[in-house]
Structure formats: C-alpha cells, structure tokens
Design a protein around this ligand. Structure first.
Ligand code: 5GP
Length: 209
C-alpha cells in the first residue's frame, strides 16, 4: 500500500475517550478521514449502517476475507471486526491521514504489513481515573465494568509496541498533542525520499570540478 497520507491507528482501553478524540480531530482539521469498519456484531442503539460500522453476517464477513477486501481483521469478544481496504487506499492516495480506531491485535497486524503505520495508544492519567470514567458512564453493570478493567490489564502487555502514548487528561491538550504528533510524522526522512532525491540532484549543480 503506497501512501501520500499517514495511516494511523488509535487504540486505547474502553473508557479512555477514543471516540471523543477522533471526533474532535475530524471536526477541527480537514486532513483526516476515518475508516468505517465491517463487523459481525449487532448494531447498538443509535448506531447507523455506514456511519459507525458496516454490519455483516458471518457469511458476508467471510466472503470479504476471501476476496481480499479487508486490510486486517480480528475477533474481539465473540465478533469479527475488519478494516475495508478500498476506502483506506483511496483516502491515503488523496493525501488524507486515515484514522483506524481498532484494537491491539489488528493494530499489530497492520504494523507488520505496513511498517510506516503510526500506532498511537490513548491512556488515562491513572488507573483510578479509568475506573471512575467507566463507572461514570452509568450505562454498564458492575460486572461489565470489571470485565473491561480486566481487559485493560491484558491489553497493557502490548502497549510498548505502539509508537506513541497519548495521555487523555485534559481533552484539549490531548487533541492538540495528537494532531501535532501526526503532523510531525509527515516530515520523517523516509516519507520524503522523492523530495530529498530531487534536492540532491538539484544541489549537484554546485559540485566543484
Ligand atoms: P465495539 O464493539 O465496542 O464498537 O468495538 C470493540 C473493539 O473493536 C474496539 O476496541 C474497537 O476499536 C475494535 N475495532 C473496531 N473496528 C475494528 C476493525 O476494523 N479491526 C479491528 N481489529 N478492531 C476493530
């Protein structure tokens, strides 16, 4: 996958505010495109086809895998989730920075296949804040909250494979920092090989003979 834009992954524990961060990036800056995943899980109340996910049966999802339509996919809590290839490629070619809001297994698969993917992990400032945020949502039972916290413990084992940690303490700072990190990524030497080559060629006029 050749790209002009940066392909980036934002992962984080449930309750760290990934959705809020992504929405703020999309609202404030015009360089981002969000990839909408395919999933076999049922829509939650208020979710819309093509906005939150493309909802698929197991058979349809399997067919997408077989036809190479997914860049990556993973099983998460009994359901399949995958990133459709076509949209990602099209947006990267247009120069958009494409955001994948996906979990760790998928993120690591993407990084293996496309090493210049930028992996960002969103963390709460501390464990107490994470617990308080999950409880504060008021939408989940004690049991589900305990499961999500246990999952955070598991996921924390893999975070050191990510490129950057983003701490979501004050949302404003978090949004700004994330945007700056992504923008800096555009200036990496290896992302500007063509420019550098043409600069070297141009400079060769000044070689003393
Ligand atoms: P939820 O069911 O809460 O919407 O999502 C469950 C988990 O699946 C979240 O961690 C979310 O980031 C992840 N996820 C969503 N789409 C994809 C995808 O296309 N691929 C992978 N690997 N994970 C995804």
């Amino acid at each position: 996958m050749k790209s002009k834009g940066v392909l980036l992954v934002i992962s984080g524990f449930a309750g760290t505010g990934k959705g809020t961060l992504v929405k703020a990036l999309l609202d404030r800056y015009d360089n981002y495109a969000l990839s909408v995943s395919a999933t076999t899980r049922q829509p939650r109340e208020g979710e819309q086809e093509g906005v939150h996910y493309f909802y698929k049966t197991k058979e349809e999802f399997q067919k997408m895998i077989e036809q190479g339509e997914l860049v990556e996919y993973a099983r998460y809590v009994g359901n399949y989730y995958g990133t459709p290839r076509a949209y990602v490629e099209e947006q990267l070619q247009k120069g958009k920075d494409v955001i994948l809001e996906i979990e760790i297994q998928g993120a690591l698969k993407i990084k293996e296949r496309f090493p210049d993917t930028l992996l960002l992990f969103l963390l709460p400032p501390d464990a107490d804040t994470l617990e308080a945020r999950l409880k504060g949502r008021g939408s989940e039972t004690e049991d589900v909250i305990a499961q999500r916290l246990a999952r955070a413990v598991e996921e924390s084992q893999y975070i050191d494979q990510y490129d950057y940690l983003i701490i979501n303490d004050v949302l404003e700072t978090c949004v700004e920092t994330t945007h700056q990190i992504i923008q800096a990524e555009h200036f990496r030497t290896y992302r500007n090989v063509e420019f550098l080559e043409s600069m070297k060629k141009d400079l060769s006029r000044f070689v003393c003979h």
